[in-house]
Design a protein. Structure first.
Lengths: 320, 363
């Protein structure tokens, strides 16, 4: 096939604002009417639509998640929140005991530290296992304990270094998670450096401030590109890179346009803003190298547990 | 037997095969050349075939356990297929059938959604918010009230002697509430009085200067105590807060606009009680006067004084939270006319005389 000769391939996103809007409105009505219990199905319907509009090499992606699966996770999440808040916030309010208050506050923070890596782990496992292309599933092979240890250690170091280590923590999390992603027999790796990342954030943040925010889209461009371009795909010993052609000007137009759309439609235009963003991403990310799209082998097993996916959504943690 | 050309994926690798699909009564036969160019035949039982619309132009059929095999075909091919097999229904997770009905349907649904939201905002949210406000423990309410009181007192000049007298005055009245009532008079040249959750009531001196008898003051205090007793400010705050939370949830937090509004809603002085809350406070206030054998004409006089001075802009400020003055005059008059058993309270009278005298001194 001619596939082998192609060295630059890009994603295409075919989503349309009006369709996403239709789905969103139906989701919103059903979610409200069911006092929120439809939410898992709403989320699945939206993801299902968005995934199916991404095309690579003539084939669409697919999201396999089911409302019922996410609903189970959703129930667990609700139970968790009720117990968490009930015990750790209700108890000190009722007893008014200083010792109980101190212990509860400490417990809240400690638990929060553990929730973040657990949510990252769970959502990566669920979301990736439910994503496929040409029937080949993605997967996440990370170990929960390892990720929690990595995160807790990093968090403590961040505290001790007054936040400076956050840069290294962010990069090492990315390395760990991306390093454990599988797409069939394709593996991934991330090559970033905490120091480099810190310098990038520091200089760009500074520039954003002295330009009164005008530089901000360029800051975001540098950040996104640092995330994307440091990812490498490994297929049968070959290295395949991701390239980004996102520009500061492009982001500027995207952000400004989205803000105006959302503002002037009182939020009803959010669907169009989402579509614009996804289209911009898809059209600016290219796979560079000898990727053989015909020989990716299925390697992942079936996986069912959606708690993490909802938790990530709840805390608004984004995974690239 | 029909044969259709389709794309086939075996679920083991990403290689797509151009396959020939033969449609038998209860099985599909898929024939293709594998990667070593050897002919392969796969059979699907019709009953286990899943199908769904993957995009506008693409239909996917899936078969078997994980990892599933896939057949892809275009919509036209699907039409032909579905004639053969009416039992195969497209799993439509995206409500495509609704979206296909066109823009009218979507506009209709949007209006329906807006309608539901408006109903919730006006009819469901307020009673729920009041219910929540009713659940807040009294001690917590008093603590909250204390901090609000302290914040509101900042920069205001407290009139200690009038404060002492007015609390003596209030002690003579049985308000029939569990809240510890404490009144503060401040030297402000404005017609104003307000209640803070937990039992603090602030009265501006000018309103005392304008009043002509003890019944009016008793009516004013009974009204404000009723706001405290029924937790009207907590209920109002809970209503406006829940309203803003609801709106910000609905529209997304547009540039922190909502948080600014939410913060401002904490300012309790400018709080507007809803008409029903004012009515409730009037009703309870009239009951308090009845139980204390104080003339309920205090209310009538108070309202009439407000009405007379309505032209005065200062008065309007206080009145803006007291709508439908005429209705309230008629209502309170109707009740006051039936009142019996008025008993003079010498202690009340004396304290009132002291208040009146003191309110005009240091002018």
């Amino acid at each position: 096939m001619s596939d082998l000769n192609k060295t630059q391939r890009s994603l295409t996103f075919y989503g349309e604002g009006s369709k996403l809007f239709g789905i969103t409105i139906i989701n919103a009505i059903l979610t409200v009417v069911t006092v929120g219990f439809y939410y898992p199905w709403a989320k699945v319907a939206k993801l299902h639509y968005l995934y199916s509009e991404f095309e690579f090499e003539g084939s669409r992606f697919e999201f396999h998640g089911k409302g019922k699966e996410v609903f189970k996770g959703f129930l667990k999440l609700i139970a968790f929140i009720v117990i968490f808040y009930g015990v750790l916030i209700g108890l000190p309010l009722i007893t008014q005991n200083v010792a109980v208050i101190i212990i509860s506050v400490l417990a809240v923070y400690t638990l929060m530290i553990f929730i973040i890596p657990l949510a990252l782990h769970g959502s990566a496992r669920y979301r990736l296992s439910r994503t496929s292309w040409r029937g080949i599933h993605f997967g996440y092979r990370g170990d929960r304990k390892e990720l929690v240890t990595l995160f807790v250690k990093g968090f403590l170091l961040t505290l001790v270094t007054f936040g400076i280590y956050a840069s290294w923590l962010s990069i090492s999390l990315r390395k760990y998670i991306i390093g454990n992603i599988r797409f069939g027999n394709i593996t991934f790796s991330y090559k970033g450096d905490g120091g480099e990342f810190l310098w990038l954030n520091f200089t760009n943040y500074f520039l954003s401030i002295i330009t009164l925010g005008i530089y901000f889209p360029w800051y975001m461009k540098n950040l996104t590109n640092y995330y994307i371009e440091n990812i490498t795909l490994h297929q049968d010993g070959k290295k395949i890179k991701l390239k980004s052609s996102i520009t500061g000007g492009g982001y500027f137009v995207l952000f400004l346009g989205n803000a105006l759309i959302v503002l002037f439609t009182l939020g009803f235009g959010t669907a169009w803003a989402t579509i614009r963003t996804l289209r911009y991403f898809a059209s600016n990310v290219t796979v560079v190298g000898d990727l053989d799209t015909e020989s990716i082998q299925q390697t992942e097993e079936d996986y069912k547990n959606a708690t993490g996916d909802d938790l990530a959504d709840f805390f608004e943690i984004d995974l690239i | 037997m029909d044969k259709i050309r389709v794309n086939y994926y075996d679920g083991k690798s990403s290689k797509g095969y151009s396959a020939e699909l033969s449609l038998l009564d209860d099985i599909w036969v898929i024939e293709y050349l594998n990667k070593d160019s050897i002919s392969e035949v796969v059979k699907w039982e019709i009953g286990k075939v899943e199908s769904y619309q993957s995009s506008d132009k693409l239909i996917r059929f899936k078969y078997g356990e994980f990892p599933q095999q896939i057949i892809e075909c275009d919509a036209a091919t699907y039409e032909a297929l579905s004639k053969h097999y009416p039992q195969i229904k497209i799993i439509d997770r995206n409500f495509v059938w609704i979206l296909k009905k066109g823009p009218k349907m979507i506009v209709g649904l949007t209006l329906c959604f807006i309608g539901i939201m408006i109903c919730i905002y006006f009819f469901v949210l307020p009673p729920v918010a009041e219910l929540i406000a009713g659940q807040i423990p009294m001690e917590y309410e008093e603590k909250l009230g204390q901090s609000v009181y302290e914040a509101n007192m900042e920069g205001l000049e407290k009139n200690d002697s009038l404060t002492l007298l007015i609390n003596q005055f209030a002690k003579e009245i049985h308000f029939n509430t569990n809240y510890p009532i404490h009144i503060t008079v401040v030297n402000v040249d404005q017609l104003n009085a307000y209640a803070i959750p937990g039992g603090e009531i602030v009265v501006y001196r000018k309103i005392l200067q304008e009043m002509e008898n003890e019944e009016e003051l008793a009516a004013l205090l009974a009204h404000e105590v009723s706001h405290v007793h029924y937790r009207h400010s907590l209920k109002s705050i809970s209503r406006s807060l829940s309203g803003y939370i609801f709106l910000s949830f609905l529209f997304g937090d547009i540039s922190g606009l909502t948080s600014v509004i939410v913060e401002n809603s904490h300012s309790m002085i400018n709080l507007n009680y809803s008409r029903s809350l004012e009515e409730e406070a009037d009703k309870k206030g009239l009951e308090i006067l009845e139980a204390n054998h104080i003339s309920q004409y205090g209310f009538v006089n108070l309202f009439e004084r407000m009405k007379k001075e309505q032209k005065d802009e200062e008065y309007l400020k206080y009145l803006s939270s007291h709508p439908q003055l005429n209705e309230r005059i008629v209502y309170s008059k109707g009740i006051a006319q039936q009142q019996k058993n008025l008993i003079e309270n010498p202690a009340l009278n004396k304290t009132w005389a002291d208040i009146k005298r003191l309110s005009h001194s240091n002018d």
